[in-house]
Design a protein around this ligand. Structure first.
Ligand code: MN
Length: 290
């Protein structure tokens, strides 16, 4: 193919760190690339497969604030529960997604679901932070629960390979997530030998995370837990599975605005970060019990 999109770099998983006591994550970005490099996506924390022992007290992250962006949790194994000060709560399990728009600000907590916690078991998740454009940063918080059955499903072959569309549109199959800026978020779920071709505008920042199995991406073999960053040139990507595989596909139109980040806030200026801290201390993010 003539208009192939070249790979810029394949990242091995960096050393993990704990988020609270429930999430052992590899931060693929922004840690290893410039803050705007994957815009509109700001952060990708990947909890690679880990076996949690049974625990009476659910592991997780206690009450904390967010402002200026969205947290998107994609569950591959295990179950997580969510509560926020906007009054939303939910549980997502294998294959489900929770898309929380913090926007002007809320408090939330993220925990292993009670029964999963008591049983223990295999856990694997992605948390993605999706930035908002300045005009939407101070909008109303929003919560979208996206169970697996509501996702778009584009069949790729007779052996069971399909593109699961969370946001955006793959060859006419749309995803259910509402997004503030144009982006594509899919899980390519391929059986051994399965193949998918993808095409995104060259200026869309684009990356894959291999969540399961072994794949060949534009001729290059890539294995589980590796992150593939593409250059912003060319459009076409050929993905082939050499074992049963799951690949998280991310591509989005960059938000060309300055980024100021401090902990759980993603704004445009330092003044706005200072204001966020003041507003949390003034109780403007609402109330949520521990
Ligand atoms: Mn959070």
């Amino acid at each position: 193919m003539s208009n192939i999109r070249p790979i810029e770099h394949v990242f091995a998983p960096p050393a993990p760190h704990m988020v609270g006591d429930g999430f052992r994550v590899h931060n693929f970005f922004p840690g290893q690339i410039p803050k705007t490099r994957m815009s509109p996506f700001f952060l990708l924390d990947y909890n690679s497969k880990i076996d949690f022992s049974p625990s009476k007290e659910p592991r997780g992250v206690g009450v904390h604030p967010h402002r200026g962006f969205e947290t998107v949790t994609i569950a591959y194994h295990g179950k997580v529960a969510h509560h926020d000060s906007a009054g939303n709560s939910g549980v997502i399990g294998e294959g489900d997604v929770q898309w929380m728009t913090a926007a002007s600000g809320l408090l939330h907590k993220e925990y292993h679901e009670k029964e999963f916690s008591a049983r223990g078991g295999l856990f694997q998740m992605v948390q993605l932070w999706v930035n908002l454009p300045a005009k939407d940063k101070m909008g109303k918080p929003k919560y979208q629960e996206i169970p697996n059955g509501k996702m778009g499903r584009h069949v790729l072959d007779a052996s069971g390979s399909f593109m699961e569309v969370i946001a955006g549109n793959y060859k006419g199959t749309a995803g259910p997530a509402f997004t503030f800026t144009p982006m594509e978020v899919y899980n390519a779920r391929l059986t051994k030998g399965g193949k998918a071709d993808l095409s995104f505008p060259a200026h869309y920042n684009t990356a894959f995370l291999v969540v399961e199995g072994e794949v060949i991406v534009n001729g290059k073999p890539v294995t589980t837990d590796h992150f593939i960053l593409f250059k912003n040139e060319g459009t076409e990507i050929i993905l082939e599975a050499t074992s049963n595989a799951i690949v998280l596909v991310l591509s989005g139109e960059p938000i060309n605005e300055p980024i100021a980040n401090y902990g759980p806030f993603v704004m445009n200026t330092w003044e706005e970060l200072e204001q966020a801290v003041k507003d949390v201390n003034a109780g403007l993010f609402g109330v949520l019990e521990d």
